[in-house]
Design a protein around this ligand. Structure first.
Ligand code: AMP
Length: 619
Protein backbone atom coordinates (compact mmCIF):
# COMPACT_ATOMS: atom_id res chain seq x y z
CA UNK A 1 0.00 0.00 0.00
CA UNK A 2 1.35 3.39 -0.88
CA UNK A 3 2.33 5.76 1.84
CA UNK A 4 1.63 9.42 1.43
CA UNK A 5 5.24 10.21 1.67
CA UNK A 6 7.64 7.39 1.23
CA UNK A 7 11.02 8.96 0.79
CA UNK A 8 12.20 11.73 3.05
CA UNK A 9 14.21 14.34 1.14
CA UNK A 10 17.90 13.95 1.70
CA UNK A 11 17.60 10.49 3.17
CA UNK A 12 17.98 8.50 0.00
CA UNK A 13 20.88 6.09 -0.44
CA UNK A 14 24.29 7.37 -1.49
CA UNK A 15 25.47 6.39 -5.00
CA UNK A 16 28.00 3.82 -3.81
CA UNK A 17 25.23 1.97 -2.06
CA UNK A 18 23.35 1.45 -5.32
CA UNK A 19 20.62 -1.01 -4.62
CA UNK A 20 19.64 -3.47 -7.30
CA UNK A 21 16.05 -2.89 -8.28
CA UNK A 22 14.21 -4.02 -11.39
CA UNK A 23 11.06 -3.33 -13.34
CA UNK A 24 9.14 -6.29 -14.72
CA UNK A 25 6.60 -6.26 -17.53
CA UNK A 26 4.74 -9.50 -16.83
CA UNK A 27 3.01 -9.86 -20.19
CA UNK A 28 0.40 -12.20 -21.59
CA UNK A 29 2.69 -13.40 -24.38
CA UNK A 30 6.13 -12.14 -23.41
CA UNK A 31 7.72 -10.79 -20.25
CA UNK A 32 10.72 -8.51 -19.77
CA UNK A 33 12.92 -7.32 -16.96
CA UNK A 34 14.79 -4.00 -16.90
CA UNK A 35 16.98 -2.02 -14.55
CA UNK A 36 18.61 1.40 -14.36
CA UNK A 37 22.34 1.31 -15.10
CA UNK A 38 24.44 4.46 -14.97
CA UNK A 39 21.31 6.54 -14.98
CA UNK A 40 19.55 4.92 -17.96
CA UNK A 41 16.95 2.20 -18.02
CA UNK A 42 17.92 -0.90 -19.99
CA UNK A 43 16.34 -4.29 -20.53
CA UNK A 44 18.32 -7.25 -19.26
CA UNK A 45 18.95 -10.00 -21.83
CA UNK A 46 19.46 -13.70 -21.16
CA UNK A 47 22.73 -15.48 -21.91
CA UNK A 48 21.71 -15.83 -25.56
CA UNK A 49 21.20 -12.05 -25.73
CA UNK A 50 17.39 -12.38 -25.88
CA UNK A 51 15.43 -9.73 -24.07
CA UNK A 52 11.95 -11.23 -24.39
CA UNK A 53 10.97 -14.21 -22.28
CA UNK A 54 7.89 -15.95 -23.70
CA UNK A 55 5.38 -16.17 -20.82
CA UNK A 56 5.14 -19.94 -21.12
CA UNK A 57 5.83 -22.59 -18.47
CA UNK A 58 6.14 -26.32 -19.04
CA UNK A 59 5.88 -28.85 -16.24
CA UNK A 60 8.19 -31.68 -17.37
CA UNK A 61 8.97 -35.17 -16.06
CA UNK A 62 10.80 -35.63 -12.75
CA UNK A 63 9.79 -32.25 -11.36
CA UNK A 64 11.74 -30.26 -13.98
CA UNK A 65 10.24 -26.95 -15.08
CA UNK A 66 10.99 -25.16 -18.36
CA UNK A 67 10.15 -21.54 -19.02
CA UNK A 68 10.39 -19.18 -21.99
CA UNK A 69 11.55 -20.32 -25.42
CA UNK A 70 12.15 -23.93 -24.29
CA UNK A 71 8.58 -24.20 -23.05
CA UNK A 72 7.23 -22.41 -26.13
CA UNK A 73 8.90 -24.94 -28.42
CA UNK A 74 7.29 -27.81 -26.51
CA UNK A 75 3.81 -26.32 -26.57
CA UNK A 76 2.71 -28.28 -29.62
CA UNK A 77 3.97 -31.63 -28.36
CA UNK A 78 2.97 -31.28 -24.72
CA UNK A 79 0.01 -28.89 -24.64
CA UNK A 80 -1.58 -30.11 -21.41
CA UNK A 81 1.53 -29.47 -19.35
CA UNK A 82 2.61 -26.30 -21.11
CA UNK A 83 0.81 -23.24 -19.83
CA UNK A 84 0.77 -19.96 -21.73
CA UNK A 85 -1.18 -16.74 -21.19
CA UNK A 86 -1.48 -17.33 -17.42
CA UNK A 87 -2.09 -13.60 -17.20
CA UNK A 88 -5.54 -14.13 -18.69
CA UNK A 89 -6.34 -16.50 -15.79
CA UNK A 90 -4.63 -14.92 -12.80
CA UNK A 91 -6.91 -13.72 -10.02
CA UNK A 92 -9.99 -14.99 -11.88
CA UNK A 93 -12.53 -17.69 -11.13
CA UNK A 94 -13.32 -20.58 -13.42
CA UNK A 95 -16.72 -19.13 -14.30
CA UNK A 96 -15.04 -15.90 -15.50
CA UNK A 97 -13.02 -17.53 -18.29
CA UNK A 98 -13.84 -19.44 -21.50
CA UNK A 99 -12.35 -22.66 -20.05
CA UNK A 100 -13.85 -24.84 -22.76
CA UNK A 101 -11.82 -23.03 -25.44
CA UNK A 102 -8.51 -23.50 -23.66
CA UNK A 103 -6.38 -26.60 -24.10
CA UNK A 104 -5.97 -27.33 -20.38
CA UNK A 105 -7.50 -29.65 -17.82
CA UNK A 106 -9.06 -27.35 -15.28
CA UNK A 107 -9.59 -28.36 -11.69
CA UNK A 108 -12.20 -26.61 -9.65
CA UNK A 109 -11.69 -26.02 -6.00
CA UNK A 110 -14.46 -23.40 -6.11
CA UNK A 111 -12.11 -20.63 -5.10
CA UNK A 112 -9.21 -20.35 -7.49
CA UNK A 113 -8.45 -21.70 -10.95
CA UNK A 114 -6.30 -24.82 -11.02
CA UNK A 115 -4.65 -26.47 -14.02
CA UNK A 116 -3.97 -30.19 -13.84
CA UNK A 117 -0.42 -30.98 -14.97
CA UNK A 118 1.82 -33.98 -14.61
CA UNK A 119 3.29 -32.22 -11.59
CA UNK A 120 -0.13 -31.91 -9.97
CA UNK A 121 -2.54 -28.99 -9.82
CA UNK A 122 -0.98 -25.61 -10.56
CA UNK A 123 -2.60 -22.23 -10.10
CA UNK A 124 -2.02 -19.29 -12.47
CA UNK A 125 -0.22 -17.68 -9.53
CA UNK A 126 2.30 -20.52 -9.46
CA UNK A 127 2.69 -20.41 -13.24
CA UNK A 128 3.35 -16.65 -13.17
CA UNK A 129 5.76 -17.17 -10.28
CA UNK A 130 7.86 -19.43 -12.52
CA UNK A 131 8.15 -16.65 -15.13
CA UNK A 132 9.05 -14.15 -12.45
CA UNK A 133 11.61 -16.52 -10.91
CA UNK A 134 13.32 -16.98 -14.28
CA UNK A 135 13.48 -13.20 -14.77
CA UNK A 136 14.77 -12.68 -11.23
CA UNK A 137 17.56 -15.20 -11.75
CA UNK A 138 18.42 -13.61 -15.08
CA UNK A 139 18.75 -10.20 -13.43
CA UNK A 140 20.72 -11.43 -10.43
CA UNK A 141 23.10 -13.23 -12.73
CA UNK A 142 23.54 -10.19 -14.97
CA UNK A 143 23.77 -7.65 -12.18
CA UNK A 144 25.84 -9.78 -9.82
CA UNK A 145 23.82 -9.47 -6.63
CA UNK A 146 20.51 -9.92 -4.87
CA UNK A 147 17.63 -7.69 -5.87
CA UNK A 148 16.20 -5.41 -3.20
CA UNK A 149 12.89 -5.26 -4.97
CA UNK A 150 10.85 -5.07 -8.13
CA UNK A 151 8.14 -2.93 -9.64
CA UNK A 152 5.74 -5.16 -11.53
CA UNK A 153 3.35 -3.80 -14.09
CA UNK A 154 -0.29 -4.80 -14.44
CA UNK A 155 -3.00 -3.65 -16.87
CA UNK A 156 -4.83 -0.58 -15.64
CA UNK A 157 -8.11 -2.52 -15.67
CA UNK A 158 -6.83 -5.26 -13.31
CA UNK A 159 -9.11 -5.52 -10.28
CA UNK A 160 -8.03 -6.06 -6.68
CA UNK A 161 -8.06 -9.85 -6.95
CA UNK A 162 -5.90 -9.82 -10.08
CA UNK A 163 -3.48 -7.36 -8.48
CA UNK A 164 -3.28 -9.34 -5.26
CA UNK A 165 -2.70 -12.56 -7.20
CA UNK A 166 0.13 -10.89 -9.14
CA UNK A 167 1.71 -9.82 -5.86
CA UNK A 168 1.36 -13.34 -4.51
CA UNK A 169 3.12 -14.69 -7.59
CA UNK A 170 5.99 -12.28 -7.00
CA UNK A 171 6.26 -13.26 -3.36
CA UNK A 172 6.31 -16.92 -4.37
CA UNK A 173 9.17 -16.13 -6.74
CA UNK A 174 11.11 -14.58 -3.85
CA UNK A 175 10.68 -11.03 -5.12
CA UNK A 176 10.05 -8.07 -2.90
CA UNK A 177 7.33 -6.05 -4.62
CA UNK A 178 8.11 -2.37 -4.29
CA UNK A 179 4.91 -1.52 -6.09
CA UNK A 180 2.52 -2.69 -8.74
CA UNK A 181 2.36 -0.09 -11.47
CA UNK A 182 -0.26 0.36 -14.17
CA UNK A 183 1.19 -0.49 -17.58
CA UNK A 184 0.17 2.80 -19.24
CA UNK A 185 1.64 4.74 -16.33
CA UNK A 186 4.92 2.85 -16.73
CA UNK A 187 4.96 3.75 -20.44
CA UNK A 188 4.39 7.42 -19.60
CA UNK A 189 7.24 7.33 -17.07
CA UNK A 190 9.55 5.80 -19.69
CA UNK A 191 8.80 8.81 -21.91
CA UNK A 192 9.75 11.10 -19.04
CA UNK A 193 6.24 12.49 -18.77
CA UNK A 194 6.44 12.39 -14.97
CA UNK A 195 8.87 15.30 -15.18
CA UNK A 196 6.85 18.46 -15.33
CA UNK A 197 4.36 17.29 -17.93
CA UNK A 198 0.77 18.22 -17.36
CA UNK A 199 -2.25 17.24 -19.34
CA UNK A 200 -4.10 14.31 -20.78
CA UNK A 201 -2.28 11.55 -22.63
CA UNK A 202 -3.41 8.43 -24.43
CA UNK A 203 -1.54 5.14 -24.26
CA UNK A 204 -2.26 2.98 -27.33
CA UNK A 205 -1.04 -0.56 -26.66
CA UNK A 206 -1.32 -3.08 -29.50
CA UNK A 207 0.46 -6.31 -28.56
CA UNK A 208 0.42 -9.78 -30.07
CA UNK A 209 -3.02 -10.79 -28.82
CA UNK A 210 -4.58 -7.82 -27.05
CA UNK A 211 -5.33 -4.18 -27.60
CA UNK A 212 -5.52 -1.79 -24.64
CA UNK A 213 -6.12 1.91 -24.65
CA UNK A 214 -5.86 4.15 -21.59
CA UNK A 215 -6.50 7.81 -21.02
CA UNK A 216 -4.06 9.21 -18.45
CA UNK A 217 -4.28 12.51 -16.67
CA UNK A 218 -0.93 13.87 -15.56
CA UNK A 219 -0.48 16.61 -13.07
CA UNK A 220 2.71 17.42 -11.17
CA UNK A 221 4.14 13.95 -11.72
CA UNK A 222 0.95 12.24 -10.69
CA UNK A 223 -0.93 9.89 -12.90
CA UNK A 224 -4.58 9.15 -12.85
CA UNK A 225 -6.05 6.59 -15.19
CA UNK A 226 -9.22 8.31 -16.38
CA UNK A 227 -10.53 5.54 -18.62
CA UNK A 228 -9.47 2.26 -20.13
CA UNK A 229 -10.77 0.25 -23.02
CA UNK A 230 -9.67 -2.12 -25.69
CA UNK A 231 -10.28 -5.50 -27.20
CA UNK A 232 -8.83 -8.57 -25.51
CA UNK A 233 -9.02 -10.54 -28.77
CA UNK A 234 -7.29 -8.16 -31.17
CA UNK A 235 -3.56 -7.87 -31.78
CA UNK A 236 -0.64 -8.41 -34.13
CA UNK A 237 -1.57 -12.10 -34.42
CA UNK A 238 -4.73 -11.12 -36.31
CA UNK A 239 -2.62 -9.34 -38.93
CA UNK A 240 -0.55 -12.53 -39.37
CA UNK A 241 -3.73 -14.50 -39.70
CA UNK A 242 -5.19 -12.16 -42.31
CA UNK A 243 -2.05 -12.43 -44.45
CA UNK A 244 -2.01 -16.21 -43.98
CA UNK A 245 -5.61 -16.45 -45.26
CA UNK A 246 -4.69 -14.26 -48.23
CA UNK A 247 -1.79 -16.62 -49.03
CA UNK A 248 -4.16 -19.57 -48.99
CA UNK A 249 -6.57 -17.81 -51.35
CA UNK A 250 -3.91 -16.60 -53.76
CA UNK A 251 -2.25 -20.00 -53.96
CA UNK A 252 -5.50 -21.94 -53.99
CA UNK A 253 -4.44 -23.86 -50.94
CA UNK A 254 -7.00 -25.66 -48.85
CA UNK A 255 -6.87 -28.34 -46.21
CA UNK A 256 -3.32 -27.76 -45.09
CA UNK A 257 -2.04 -30.06 -42.41
CA UNK A 258 -1.15 -28.64 -38.99
CA UNK A 259 2.56 -28.51 -39.76
CA UNK A 260 2.11 -26.60 -43.03
CA UNK A 261 -0.38 -24.22 -41.42
CA UNK A 262 2.09 -23.41 -38.66
CA UNK A 263 4.86 -22.91 -41.20
CA UNK A 264 2.84 -20.52 -43.36
CA UNK A 265 1.57 -18.64 -40.36
CA UNK A 266 5.08 -18.02 -39.10
CA UNK A 267 6.17 -16.93 -42.60
CA UNK A 268 3.21 -14.56 -42.74
CA UNK A 269 4.31 -13.10 -39.44
CA UNK A 270 7.88 -12.64 -40.63
CA UNK A 271 6.57 -10.96 -43.81
CA UNK A 272 4.35 -8.66 -41.76
CA UNK A 273 7.31 -7.62 -39.65
CA UNK A 274 9.56 -7.04 -42.64
CA UNK A 275 6.88 -4.88 -44.32
CA UNK A 276 7.31 -2.43 -41.49
CA UNK A 277 10.59 -1.40 -43.10
CA UNK A 278 10.44 -2.89 -46.61
CA UNK A 279 8.10 -2.09 -49.48
CA UNK A 280 7.60 -5.72 -50.36
CA UNK A 281 8.33 -9.15 -48.98
CA UNK A 282 8.50 -12.55 -50.64
CA UNK A 283 7.23 -15.66 -48.95
CA UNK A 284 8.94 -18.74 -50.31
CA UNK A 285 8.69 -22.29 -49.06
CA UNK A 286 8.04 -25.92 -49.96
CA UNK A 287 5.04 -27.58 -48.34
CA UNK A 288 5.14 -31.12 -46.95
CA UNK A 289 3.54 -32.52 -50.15
CA UNK A 290 6.28 -30.92 -52.26
CA UNK A 291 4.28 -27.95 -53.55
CA UNK A 292 6.39 -24.83 -54.03
CA UNK A 293 5.04 -21.54 -52.74
CA UNK A 294 6.41 -18.18 -53.79
CA UNK A 295 4.37 -15.08 -53.24
CA UNK A 296 5.40 -11.46 -53.10
CA UNK A 297 3.27 -9.15 -51.05
CA UNK A 298 3.66 -5.39 -51.18
CA UNK A 299 3.25 -3.08 -48.27
CA UNK A 300 0.27 -1.46 -49.93
CA UNK A 301 -1.41 -4.82 -50.48
CA UNK A 302 -0.84 -5.81 -46.86
CA UNK A 303 -2.21 -2.48 -45.68
CA UNK A 304 -5.34 -2.91 -47.79
CA UNK A 305 -5.82 -6.41 -46.40
CA UNK A 306 -5.59 -5.29 -42.79
CA UNK A 307 -7.30 -1.91 -42.98
CA UNK A 308 -10.35 -3.19 -41.12
CA UNK A 309 -8.18 -4.44 -38.23
CA UNK A 310 -6.56 -1.04 -37.83
CA UNK A 311 -9.99 0.60 -37.92
CA UNK A 312 -11.16 -1.79 -35.21
CA UNK A 313 -8.67 -0.27 -32.76
CA UNK A 314 -10.03 3.23 -33.26
CA UNK A 315 -13.49 2.38 -31.89
CA UNK A 316 -12.26 1.59 -28.35
CA UNK A 317 -10.11 4.74 -28.51
CA UNK A 318 -13.21 6.84 -29.18
CA UNK A 319 -15.06 5.10 -26.37
CA UNK A 320 -12.21 5.64 -23.88
CA UNK A 321 -12.07 9.35 -24.73
CA UNK A 322 -15.81 9.55 -24.22
CA UNK A 323 -15.59 7.71 -20.88
CA UNK A 324 -12.82 10.05 -19.75
CA UNK A 325 -14.93 13.04 -20.76
CA UNK A 326 -12.27 14.46 -23.10
CA UNK A 327 -12.07 15.18 -26.80
CA UNK A 328 -9.31 14.45 -29.32
CA UNK A 329 -8.18 18.03 -29.15
CA UNK A 330 -7.53 17.73 -25.40
CA UNK A 331 -4.88 15.03 -25.90
CA UNK A 332 -1.38 16.31 -25.40
CA UNK A 333 0.42 13.20 -26.57
CA UNK A 334 -0.17 9.62 -27.68
CA UNK A 335 2.25 6.94 -26.49
CA UNK A 336 2.70 3.84 -28.61
CA UNK A 337 3.22 0.55 -26.78
CA UNK A 338 3.36 -3.04 -28.04
CA UNK A 339 5.25 -4.60 -30.93
CA UNK A 340 2.37 -4.31 -33.38
CA UNK A 341 2.41 -0.50 -33.18
CA UNK A 342 5.54 -0.65 -35.34
CA UNK A 343 3.35 -1.20 -38.38
CA UNK A 344 3.31 2.05 -40.39
CA UNK A 345 -0.42 1.83 -41.08
CA UNK A 346 -1.09 1.73 -37.33
CA UNK A 347 1.14 4.75 -36.74
CA UNK A 348 -0.59 6.54 -39.60
CA UNK A 349 -4.11 5.77 -38.38
CA UNK A 350 -3.31 7.01 -34.88
CA UNK A 351 -1.63 10.14 -36.24
CA UNK A 352 -4.63 10.89 -38.48
CA UNK A 353 -7.16 10.31 -35.73
CA UNK A 354 -5.42 12.52 -33.18
CA UNK A 355 -3.98 15.02 -35.66
CA UNK A 356 -0.50 14.61 -34.17
CA UNK A 357 2.53 12.34 -34.50
CA UNK A 358 2.51 9.75 -31.72
CA UNK A 359 5.44 9.30 -29.33
CA UNK A 360 7.27 6.30 -30.71
CA UNK A 361 11.00 6.73 -30.34
CA UNK A 362 11.34 4.09 -27.61
CA UNK A 363 11.19 0.38 -28.35
CA UNK A 364 7.45 -0.36 -28.05
CA UNK A 365 8.09 -3.87 -26.68
CA UNK A 366 10.31 -2.54 -23.92
CA UNK A 367 8.74 0.75 -22.95
CA UNK A 368 6.61 -0.66 -20.09
CA UNK A 369 9.53 -2.56 -18.52
CA UNK A 370 11.79 0.49 -18.86
CA UNK A 371 9.29 2.74 -17.10
CA UNK A 372 8.86 0.16 -14.34
CA UNK A 373 12.64 0.02 -13.89
CA UNK A 374 12.82 3.79 -13.57
CA UNK A 375 10.14 3.72 -10.91
CA UNK A 376 11.88 0.84 -9.10
CA UNK A 377 15.10 2.81 -9.08
CA UNK A 378 13.42 5.71 -7.31
CA UNK A 379 11.57 3.44 -4.88
CA UNK A 380 14.78 1.64 -3.97
CA UNK A 381 16.25 5.00 -3.00
CA UNK A 382 18.92 5.19 -5.67
CA UNK A 383 18.33 8.80 -6.62
CA UNK A 384 20.44 11.34 -4.76
CA UNK A 385 18.50 14.45 -5.42
CA UNK A 386 15.56 15.18 -3.21
CA UNK A 387 13.44 12.85 -5.21
CA UNK A 388 9.86 12.26 -4.27
CA UNK A 389 7.99 9.21 -5.22
CA UNK A 390 5.05 9.03 -7.48
CA UNK A 391 2.08 8.76 -5.26
CA UNK A 392 -1.31 7.62 -6.18
CA UNK A 393 -3.65 7.40 -3.22
CA UNK A 394 -4.05 8.45 0.39
CA UNK A 395 -3.56 5.33 2.52
CA UNK A 396 -5.80 6.48 5.37
CA UNK A 397 -8.58 9.03 5.72
CA UNK A 398 -7.70 12.54 6.80
CA UNK A 399 -10.07 14.54 8.90
CA UNK A 400 -10.47 16.87 11.81
CA UNK A 401 -11.80 16.82 15.32
CA UNK A 402 -15.24 18.25 15.80
CA UNK A 403 -16.95 19.05 19.08
CA UNK A 404 -17.39 16.01 21.29
CA UNK A 405 -14.13 14.28 20.28
CA UNK A 406 -15.59 13.08 16.99
CA UNK A 407 -13.75 12.80 13.69
CA UNK A 408 -15.13 14.40 10.57
CA UNK A 409 -13.43 12.78 7.59
CA UNK A 410 -12.55 15.32 4.92
CA UNK A 411 -10.41 13.28 2.52
CA UNK A 412 -11.45 9.64 2.46
CA UNK A 413 -8.84 6.92 2.27
CA UNK A 414 -7.77 5.84 -1.23
CA UNK A 415 -8.42 9.27 -2.72
CA UNK A 416 -6.27 9.84 -5.79
CA UNK A 417 -3.56 12.41 -5.31
CA UNK A 418 -3.31 15.31 -5.57
CA UNK A 419 -6.59 16.06 -3.94
CA UNK A 420 -8.31 18.92 -2.18
CA UNK A 421 -11.58 19.06 -0.29
CA UNK A 422 -13.23 21.81 1.70
CA UNK A 423 -15.99 21.78 4.24
CA UNK A 424 -17.73 24.47 6.29
CA UNK A 425 -17.76 24.37 10.07
CA UNK A 426 -19.26 26.70 12.61
CA UNK A 427 -18.77 27.81 16.20
CA UNK A 428 -20.26 25.94 19.11
CA UNK A 429 -20.56 28.70 21.69
CA UNK A 430 -22.01 32.20 21.55
CA UNK A 431 -19.26 34.79 21.17
CA UNK A 432 -16.62 32.20 20.30
CA UNK A 433 -13.65 34.04 18.72
CA UNK A 434 -11.15 31.20 18.24
CA UNK A 435 -11.31 27.68 16.93
CA UNK A 436 -8.76 24.89 17.29
CA UNK A 437 -8.32 22.78 14.20
CA UNK A 438 -7.05 19.33 15.13
CA UNK A 439 -6.00 17.30 12.08
CA UNK A 440 -6.18 13.53 12.43
CA UNK A 441 -5.61 10.47 10.28
CA UNK A 442 -7.44 7.14 10.49
CA UNK A 443 -10.68 5.33 9.91
CA UNK A 444 -12.09 5.36 13.44
CA UNK A 445 -14.98 7.55 14.61
CA UNK A 446 -13.35 8.98 17.72
CA UNK A 447 -10.32 11.24 17.80
CA UNK A 448 -8.83 9.18 20.63
CA UNK A 449 -8.59 6.19 18.27
CA UNK A 450 -6.99 8.04 15.36
CA UNK A 451 -3.53 9.41 14.83
CA UNK A 452 -3.08 13.06 15.69
CA UNK A 453 -1.16 14.91 13.00
CA UNK A 454 -1.29 18.57 13.89
CA UNK A 455 -3.19 21.27 15.72
CA UNK A 456 -3.53 24.96 15.00
CA UNK A 457 -5.84 27.76 16.06
CA UNK A 458 -7.84 30.16 13.96
CA UNK A 459 -8.21 33.41 15.88
CA UNK A 460 -10.08 36.62 15.16
CA UNK A 461 -13.50 35.12 14.48
CA UNK A 462 -15.98 37.98 15.06
CA UNK A 463 -18.18 37.27 18.10
CA UNK A 464 -21.51 35.88 16.94
CA UNK A 465 -24.16 33.57 18.28
CA UNK A 466 -23.26 29.89 18.18
CA UNK A 467 -23.70 28.42 14.71
CA UNK A 468 -23.63 31.74 12.85
CA UNK A 469 -19.95 31.87 11.90
CA UNK A 470 -18.97 30.15 8.66
CA UNK A 471 -15.47 28.67 8.72
CA UNK A 472 -14.25 27.00 5.58
CA UNK A 473 -11.63 24.35 6.29
CA UNK A 474 -9.68 23.15 3.25
CA UNK A 475 -7.56 20.01 3.14
CA UNK A 476 -5.10 19.71 0.31
CA UNK A 477 -2.66 16.87 -0.34
CA UNK A 478 -0.21 17.72 -3.08
CA UNK A 479 1.94 15.58 -5.34
CA UNK A 480 4.66 15.33 -2.76
CA UNK A 481 2.29 13.92 -0.18
CA UNK A 482 2.27 17.10 1.81
CA UNK A 483 -1.00 17.91 3.48
CA UNK A 484 -1.83 21.50 4.07
CA UNK A 485 -4.88 22.51 6.04
CA UNK A 486 -6.26 26.01 6.05
CA UNK A 487 -9.20 27.56 7.89
CA UNK A 488 -10.86 30.77 6.78
CA UNK A 489 -13.62 32.70 8.44
CA UNK A 490 -15.84 33.65 5.53
CA UNK A 491 -17.19 37.07 6.59
CA UNK A 492 -13.90 38.67 7.68
CA UNK A 493 -11.48 36.55 5.66
CA UNK A 494 -9.26 35.85 8.70
CA UNK A 495 -7.23 32.78 7.95
CA UNK A 496 -4.79 30.31 9.52
CA UNK A 497 -3.04 27.32 8.06
CA UNK A 498 -0.56 24.55 8.67
CA UNK A 499 1.45 22.04 6.65
CA UNK A 500 1.74 18.43 7.72
CA UNK A 501 3.46 15.32 6.45
CA UNK A 502 0.59 13.01 7.22
CA UNK A 503 1.96 9.50 7.08
CA UNK A 504 5.58 10.12 7.75
CA UNK A 505 6.72 7.37 10.08
CA UNK A 506 3.68 5.26 9.40
CA UNK A 507 4.74 1.98 7.88
CA UNK A 508 2.63 -0.57 6.02
CA UNK A 509 2.08 -2.65 9.16
CA UNK A 510 0.77 0.30 11.11
CA UNK A 511 -1.59 1.20 8.33
CA UNK A 512 -2.83 -2.38 8.14
CA UNK A 513 -3.32 -2.51 11.91
CA UNK A 514 -5.24 0.77 11.90
CA UNK A 515 -7.51 -0.47 9.12
CA UNK A 516 -8.13 -3.76 10.89
CA UNK A 517 -8.97 -1.99 14.12
CA UNK A 518 -11.41 0.27 12.34
CA UNK A 519 -13.23 -2.76 10.97
CA UNK A 520 -13.32 -4.80 14.18
CA UNK A 521 -14.43 -1.81 16.24
CA UNK A 522 -17.01 -0.55 13.79
CA UNK A 523 -20.10 -1.21 15.94
CA UNK A 524 -18.54 0.12 19.18
CA UNK A 525 -17.41 3.15 17.23
CA UNK A 526 -20.89 3.80 15.91
CA UNK A 527 -22.32 3.69 19.45
CA UNK A 528 -19.59 6.01 20.71
CA UNK A 529 -20.24 8.36 17.82
CA UNK A 530 -23.99 8.41 18.48
CA UNK A 531 -23.35 9.10 22.17
CA UNK A 532 -20.92 11.89 21.41
CA UNK A 533 -23.36 13.48 18.96
CA UNK A 534 -26.20 13.28 21.52
CA UNK A 535 -23.91 14.84 24.14
CA UNK A 536 -23.05 17.72 21.83
CA UNK A 537 -26.74 18.31 21.20
CA UNK A 538 -27.54 18.12 24.95
CA UNK A 539 -24.80 20.53 25.95
CA UNK A 540 -25.84 22.97 23.23
CA UNK A 541 -29.43 22.97 24.42
CA UNK A 542 -28.49 23.34 28.13
CA UNK A 543 -26.26 26.31 27.31
CA UNK A 544 -29.03 27.98 25.27
CA UNK A 545 -31.69 27.42 27.97
CA UNK A 546 -29.40 28.73 30.71
CA UNK A 547 -28.70 31.90 28.73
CA UNK A 548 -32.43 32.36 28.15
CA UNK A 549 -33.14 31.90 31.86
CA UNK A 550 -30.56 34.54 32.76
CA UNK A 551 -32.27 37.02 30.46
CA UNK A 552 -35.99 36.23 30.76
CA UNK A 553 -36.71 34.03 33.79
CA UNK A 554 -39.21 36.69 35.00
CA UNK A 555 -41.59 35.40 32.33
CA UNK A 556 -41.96 32.15 34.24
CA UNK A 557 -43.98 31.17 37.27
CA UNK A 558 -42.07 29.54 40.13
CA UNK A 559 -43.35 26.08 39.23
CA UNK A 560 -42.54 26.52 35.51
CA UNK A 561 -39.01 27.56 36.47
CA UNK A 562 -38.59 24.54 38.74
CA UNK A 563 -39.90 22.28 36.03
CA UNK A 564 -37.31 23.56 33.53
CA UNK A 565 -34.48 23.36 36.06
CA UNK A 566 -35.40 19.75 36.86
CA UNK A 567 -35.35 18.91 33.16
CA UNK A 568 -31.90 20.54 32.76
CA UNK A 569 -30.65 18.52 35.73
CA UNK A 570 -32.01 15.31 34.20
CA UNK A 571 -30.17 15.95 30.93
CA UNK A 572 -26.94 16.74 32.79
CA UNK A 573 -27.29 13.48 34.70
CA UNK A 574 -27.65 11.35 31.55
CA UNK A 575 -24.51 12.94 30.10
CA UNK A 576 -22.42 12.79 33.26
CA UNK A 577 -23.30 9.22 34.18
CA UNK A 578 -22.37 7.98 30.69
CA UNK A 579 -25.80 6.85 29.55
CA UNK A 580 -26.41 5.68 25.98
CA UNK A 581 -27.34 8.01 23.12
CA UNK A 582 -31.05 7.10 23.24
CA UNK A 583 -31.39 8.01 26.90
CA UNK A 584 -29.61 11.32 26.41
CA UNK A 585 -31.90 12.10 23.46
CA UNK A 586 -34.95 11.20 25.57
CA UNK A 587 -33.90 13.65 28.32
CA UNK A 588 -33.17 16.32 25.68
CA UNK A 589 -36.69 15.84 24.25
CA UNK A 590 -38.20 16.27 27.75
CA UNK A 591 -36.23 19.49 28.24
CA UNK A 592 -37.45 20.66 24.84
CA UNK A 593 -41.09 20.08 25.86
CA UNK A 594 -40.54 21.78 29.24
CA UNK A 595 -39.25 24.91 27.51
CA UNK A 596 -41.82 25.15 24.69
CA UNK A 597 -44.06 27.68 26.46
CA UNK A 598 -41.06 29.65 27.69
CA UNK A 599 -39.74 29.90 24.12
CA UNK A 600 -43.14 31.20 22.96
CA UNK A 601 -43.25 33.85 25.68
CA UNK A 602 -39.69 34.96 24.86
CA UNK A 603 -40.56 35.30 21.22
CA UNK A 604 -43.57 37.52 22.03
CA UNK A 605 -41.44 39.70 24.26
CA UNK A 606 -38.74 40.05 21.58
CA UNK A 607 -41.30 41.01 18.96
CA UNK A 608 -42.83 43.57 21.29
CA UNK A 609 -39.39 45.03 22.02
CA UNK A 610 -38.62 45.22 18.33
CA UNK A 611 -41.87 46.98 17.55
CA UNK A 612 -41.86 49.46 20.42
CA UNK A 613 -41.52 53.05 19.24
CA UNK A 614 -41.96 52.24 15.53
CA UNK A 615 -44.69 53.65 13.32
CA UNK A 616 -46.88 51.15 11.52
CA UNK A 617 -45.71 52.35 8.07
CA UNK A 618 -42.06 51.74 9.04
CA UNK A 619 -42.70 48.09 9.68
P1 AMP B 1 4.16 -7.60 -27.91
O1 AMP B 1 3.04 -8.44 -27.36
O2 AMP B 1 4.10 -6.20 -27.48
O3 AMP B 1 5.50 -8.24 -27.74
O4 AMP B 1 3.89 -7.54 -29.50
C1 AMP B 1 4.02 -8.65 -30.29
C2 AMP B 1 3.45 -8.34 -31.63
O5 AMP B 1 4.21 -7.31 -32.26
C3 AMP B 1 3.50 -9.53 -32.54
O6 AMP B 1 2.29 -9.63 -33.26
C4 AMP B 1 4.64 -9.19 -33.47
O7 AMP B 1 4.53 -9.82 -34.73
C5 AMP B 1 4.50 -7.71 -33.59
N1 AMP B 1 5.72 -7.09 -34.08
C6 AMP B 1 6.95 -7.17 -33.56
N2 AMP B 1 7.83 -6.51 -34.33
C7 AMP B 1 7.14 -6.02 -35.39
C8 AMP B 1 7.48 -5.26 -36.54
N3 AMP B 1 8.73 -4.89 -36.80
N4 AMP B 1 6.50 -4.91 -37.40
C9 AMP B 1 5.22 -5.28 -37.16
N5 AMP B 1 4.85 -6.01 -36.10
C10 AMP B 1 5.79 -6.37 -35.21
Amino acid sequence: MALLQIAEPGLSAAPHQHRLAVGIDLGTTNSLIATVKSGSAVCIADQQERVLLPSVVRYCEKGRIETGYDALRAQKIDPLNTISSAKRLIGRKLEDIPAAQLPYRFGDNGRIIELQTRQGAKTPIEVSAEILRTLKERAEHALGGDLVGAVITVPAYFDDAQRQATKDAARLAGLNVLRLLNEPTAAAIAYGLDNASEGTFVVYDLGGGTFDVSVLQLSKGLFEVKATGGNSALGGDDFDHRLFCHLLEQNQLSQLNEQDSQLLLSLARAAKESLTTDNSSTIQTTLSDGREISYTVTRQEFQNLTQHLVAKTIEPVKQALKDAGVGKADIKGVIMVGGATRMPQVQQAVATFFGQTPLNNLNPDQVVALGAAMQANVLAGNKNDDEWLLLDVTPLSLGLETYGGLVEKIIPRNSTLPTARAQEFTTFKDGQTAMTIHVVQGERELVADCRSLAKFTLRGIPPMVAGAARILVTFQVDADGLLSVSAREQSTGVQAQIEVKPSYGLDDDTITRMLKESMSNASDDMAARARAEATVEAEGLIAAVKTALELDSDLLTESELQNIQAAIFAVEQTVQTGMAADEIRQAVATLGTATDDFAGKRMNRNIQRALTGQKIEEI
